[in-house]
Design a protein around this ligand. Structure first.
Ligand SMILES: NC(=O)c1ccc[n+]([C@@H]2O[C@H](COP(=O)([O-])OP(=O)(O)OC[C@H]3O[C@@H](n4cnc5c(N)ncnc54)[C@H](O)[C@@H]3O)[C@@H](O)[C@H]2O)c1
Length: 208
C-alpha cells in the first residue's frame, strides 16, 4: 500500500487520540470530532481512512476499538521492531525513558556510546555497548531502527556504520540533516527548525 508520509503521521496521531478515548471509556467518535481534535477537516479524516480501506462509519460514528485495531494493522509490524540509541546522553536517556513501554511493537533495546562510563553498563535498564561493537550488536539483537542523539559534530561519521550494519530506519535528532541510500528511511527532527517555523507563523499573524 502506497501511503503518503503525512497520512502516516496523521494515522499515528489519530491512534494516539483513539487510545486516549478508549481509556476514558468512549466507544464511538465522529469524523468531525476527530478532525476538531487534530485541527483538520472531517473530509481529511475520512479521506485518510478511505485510503487505508476503512469505511465503517456508523450513525454513532467510528467504533473506537475497531478503528484502533485497523490503524494498528496498517502502522505496526507483525513482530516487535528493535530500536537502538546512538549517543546515550541527556536526549538519548530522556527519549528512552519516555518511549519505552508506550508502543508494544516498538522497543528500545540497546544503546551505543563512546563514553567508557556508559558503554558496558546498563542505563535505565538498557544495556549500553561501545561503538566498536555497533555492527555485531545490531546483527545479534536484530536492531532495525536507530535513534541518533550523539553530538552533531559526529553525526556524519555515523552514516557508513549505520549503512554497513544493515539498519533500515533512522530518526536523527542531531542538527545535521543526514541522507542515506534508498532502502533506509530517515527522518530528521530538529527543534530549531520547528521553533523557527512556529516563530515565523507567529510573526506572520502579528503582521497581518
Ligand atoms: N532535535 C532536537 O529536538 C534536539 C534537542 C536536544 C538536543 N538535540 C541534539 O541531540 C544531540 C545530543 O544532545 P545531548 O544534549 O543529549 O548531548 P549529550 O552531550 O548529553 O549526549 C551526547 C552523547 O553522545 C555520546 N557520543 C559522543 N560521541 C559519540 C559517537 N561518536 N558515537 C556515539 N556516541 C557518542 C556522548 O558520550 C554522550 O553520551 C545533539 O546533537 C543535540 O544537538 C536535538
Amino acid at each position: 500500500m502506497n501511503i503518503p508520509e503525512k497520512t502516516i503521521e496523521r494515522l499515528s496521531e489519530y491512534r494516539r487520540t483513539l487510545l486516549s478515548c478508549h481509556e476514558q471509556g468512549i466507544t464511538h467518535i465522529f469524523s468531525h470530532v476527530l478532525a476538531g481534535i487534530h485541527g483538520i477537516t472531517a473530509v481529511q479524516v475520512r479521506r485518510d481512512l478511505m485510503l487505508i480501506g476503512f469505511s465503517s462509519d456508523t450513525k454513532k460514528g467510528y467504533d473506537v476499538e475497531v478503528l484502533i485495531d485497523f490503524i494498528s494493522g496498517i502502522l505496526d509490524n507483525r513482530s516487535v521492531v528493535n530500536i537502538g540509541v546512538i549517543g546515550m546522553g541527556h536526549l538519548g536517556q530522556a527519549l528512552t525513558k519516555y518511549f519505552n513501554g508506550r508502543r508494544s511493537k516498538l522497543r528500545i533495546i540497546a544503546a551505543f556510546d563512546v563514553d567508557p562510563q556508559k558503554a558496558g553498563h546498563e542505563i535505565d535498564h538498557i544495556p549500553c555497548y561501545p561503538m566498536e561493537r555497533f555492527e555485531e550488536t545490531v546483527e545479534q539483537l536484530d536492531i532495525k531502527i536507530v535513534i541518533l542523539s550523539p553530538p552533531t559534530a559526529v553525526a556524519s561519521e555515523l552514516v557508513v556504520p549505520i549503512i554497513n550494519a544493515g539498519i533500515k530506519g533512522v530518526l536523527n535528532f542531531t542538527s545535521m540533516p543526514l541522507n542515506f541510500p534508498r532502502g533506509i528511511f530517515v527522518e530528521n527532527y530538529d527543534i530549531t527548525t520547528l521553533l523557527e517555523k512556529v516563530a515565523y507563523f507567529v510573526k506572520e499573524a502579528e503582521e497581518s
